[in-house]
Write a protein that binds this ligand. Structure first.
Ligand code: SF4
Length: 481
């Protein structure tokens, strides 16, 4: 009998942001206290369970194929295990981290290890990935990965795996957590009930990657997964769907059935939930602590410029108040700098946050991700600040970098007003006030706001550096430092 083939799935950290914020432009902050605090925050984010597991790799590593053994290497915590022997390394590639992924792939291949690249970046830009891989997997890999592993076991790997349709999520595909080290993560209870989005926001690629039709898992499968996960980890559940209320009938039935399990959960929803009264009550009863809602813009012109049409600007405040009144805390995500925004927009955002008493406001800068409609439009309009052919320059950061010229103001004026807005919103005092006022998850709300007071300071520092240096070239930062 042959020894099983060893496969490791690799998750790469981003340079800054959710995986541990740090300066992208490197210029030293003069305040030693800030530098000390920044190092501490990075350590806290990295080591004290703020990380969540890579769900896509959890799903793939749950597939059992005879003759193959799979594990996960989360490079937010561990270096790649070069000392072990691998028959196949699978790397999940996101556009913001493509350079790091290619560097690792090249190193592995030069050591004679077979590399598979998959993920969003590979699906959208397969040709640019080809020179760095032995095998490419395009699209959602739930079915394809089984084929790859079976071919590996039979020594008959093909150079490319792609299917003409999306996987049927109605089929039972139990997710296992056996490859995870539980203590590393904020929670291991990640649940996805479906994929796809019927909307068409121009800055988003969900509808490109997962299609316009909502595909849902069977409710019974989700309930049994929650039961199984609960036995292994009593911490909070995170429903990772982009809009957990997108199909209200499905959500109503699911969370009604979950209520007796007495879980506590976070999720992401549209503000429409504020008008879905029965569902809102069901969410609150089933243990919903907090939701992230994508407000994006309160400017009607910006909403229509970026095709964010699913809810109207005038209905947002009422909906948010209803959700908070039901006892659910809200993280409201804004984007400032959209094409209908002016220098008056920050004052309107401040008023809106005051009126609705949003628990955690997130003020983002638009990141034109290559492959999205907005990237193409900004390219045509000559407004991208970095080489459009260097798609990896359009990396993720925590509001630390402008990637394009705003439409209705100069870059300097935008950065000045963005910095003033975040300075006004995020302070230790505001963090305490918001934590006390939050309907639920008070300590999490306070902690998020405290982190944000620090992280937005980092954002102001980096934006100032970007302006002063006019930097056009980017270097990739090694994660460990
Ligand atoms: S931003 Fe949200 S609502 Fe808009 S297309 Fe993306 S997933 Fe859908």
């Amino acid at each position: 009998m042959h020894a099983p083939k060893k496969v490791v799935l690799v998750f790469l950290p981003s340079e800054s942001g959710v995986d541990g914020a740090r300066s992208l432009y490197g210029a030293k902050e003069t305040n030693p206290l800030f530098n000390y605090f920044n190092r501490s925050i990075r350590t806290i984010i990295k080591q004290s369970q703020f990380a969540i597991p890579p769900l896509s790799l959890m799903i793939l590593s749950s597939l059992d194929v005879p003759g193959v053994e799979q594990s996960i290497c989360d490079m937010r915590f561990d270096p790649f295990p070069f000392h072990q022997t691998w028959d196949l390394v699978g790397i999940s590639v996101q556009t913001g981290m493509a350079k790091q992924a290619f560097a690792l792939a090249d190193k592995l291949r030069s050591a004679g290890i077979t590399v598979v690249l998959g993920g969003a970046h590979v699906t959208l830009f397969a040709d640019s990935c080809k020179p760095h891989a032995d095998v490419l997997v395009l699209g959602e890999a739930d079915d394809l990965w089984k084929e790859v592993l079976a071919d590996l076991a039979a020594n008959s790997l093909k150079p490319r795996y792609q299917s003409s349709s999306f996987p049927d999520l109605g089929l039972s595909r139990p997710v296992s957590k056996r490859s995870l080290i539980k203590s590393r993560y904020f929670t291991t209870n990640l649940i996805q009930t479906g994929r796809g989005c019927q909307y068409n926001c121009d800055f988003c690629n969900v509808h490109l990657l997962n299609g316009r039709n909502l595909r849902r898992r069977a409710i019974a499968d989700v309930v049994s997964e929650v039961r199984r996960f609960q036995e292994h980890d009593k911490r909070i559940f995170f429903f990772v769907d982009d809009s957990i209320n997108a199909n209200p009938h499905y959500a109503e039935e699911l969370f009604r059935l979950l209520t007796p399990l007495k879980i506590r959960w976070f999720g992401q929803a549209t503000t429409t939930l504020g008008q879905q009264h029965t569902l809102l009550e069901t969410f609150a009863r089933s243990g919903c602590q907090a939701l992230l809602v994508g407000i994006e813009s309160i400017e009607t012109k910006s909403r229509s410029a970026h095709k964010k049409n699913q809810n109207k600007a005038g209905e947002l405040a009422g909906a948010i108040k209803n959700i908070r009144a039901a006892g659910i805390s809200l993280y409201g995500s804004f984007i400032y700098g959209l094409d209908g925004d002016t220098l008056d927009t920050p004052a309107a955002i401040l008023d809106f946050i005051d009126e609705t008493r949003l628990d955690v406001p997130g003020i983002n800068i638009l990141r034109p991700t290559p492959g999205t409609q907005v990237f193409e439009r900004l390219r045509e309009e000559g407004r991208l600040l970095f080489d459009p052919l260097d798609i990896t320059a359009y990396r993720y950061s925590f509001g630390q970098e402008m990637l394009y010229k705003p439409k209705n103001m100069t870059l300097d004026a935008f950065i000045e007003s963005y910095s003033t807005l975040t300075r006004q919103l995020f302070s230790t005092k505001n963090a305490v006030i918001r934590g006390i006022a939050a309907p639920r998850a008070k300590s999490a709300v306070m902690l998020f706001n405290l982190f944000y007071a620090h992280l937005y300071r980092l954002s102001r520092h980096d934006l100032r550096c970007q302006l002063e240096t006019g930097e056009k070239e980017k270097t990739i930062l090694p994660y460990a430092k």
